[in-house]
Design a protein around this ligand. Sequence first.
Ligand code: ATP
Ligand code: MG
Length: 261
Amino acid sequence: MKVIVFHSYKGGTGKTTLAINTAINLAKRGYKTLTIDADLNAPTFESIFSELTPTCNFNDLFESQSPPNLEELPVNSGINSNLDLIFADSSPKFGQGLLSMDKNFHAKALKKLADVKLKFAELGYEYLIMDTSPSLNLSSINAIIIADATIVVLRPNRYGIAGTTFLLKEIYSMLGTVKRKDFIIFNQVVPGTPKKIISEWEKHFKQNLDIKTIGIILCNCGIALNMLYGNLIVVDEPANVQFTRIMDDIVNNLLKELSKE
Ligand SMILES: Nc1ncnc2c1ncn2[C@@H]1O[C@H](COP(=O)(O)OP(=O)(O)OP(=O)(O)O)[C@@H](O)[C@H]1O
Ligand SMILES: [Mg+2]
């Protein structure tokens, strides 16, 4: 099983949209896929998948005195039989448990997370997608440590590039990187942005940090309009064809990169 973590420096760059659409794409290809709402600061699955009512959540694994069995956590998405979901606690307890800054707690949580990864693989999942909280927090850092790939999503503007460069230089490069592959997606790119500028951004991350750009996604009103109705799942409709094609390319690239040793 491969773990793919979606992360960013700034909030609102499109992590949740891209994590869910990547998961749907993988499930449609026949891969048994599990997606975890690991954005513990601001969970979203409850509003996106409002018709589902899971009985336990991701936080319970780490915070509860009597953690649930792993088999009890995933619920089927109802979108595709290959796509299961794990929700986060919808009333986050700031300063406690996974949202504390207690390093001992997080050191134990990291061990547990590594164990959970192995067990989900044993349950037959082929891909585990984790949607995390932006910026620096110990829970997101733990997810990055157990990842086989991270996808760092940014909006291409001056502070997006500077912040992401800082994140990759100061944090990612310090974490165990033996096997992990890090990628960039430029999202919400303003249509009409000169190609030369886009290739300069790509070059910046490749040359300075050796990080490859795996996708460039234009700002697309169809995606924003879906969100207006609380829907991040971009369905195969003619208006969304450009986005679904890009998602196909991104997943093709990702599968190719993850199959390399
Ligand atoms: N390519 C795009 N074009 C237009 N709108 C987009 C695009 N990608 C995402 N959005 C919109 O941007 C908003 C933020 O997206 P999303 O919630 O996926 O970001 P996020 O990184 O998960 O945010 P947070 O950090 O708050 O969790 C949503 O309204 C979404 O519909
Ligand atoms: Mg999000």
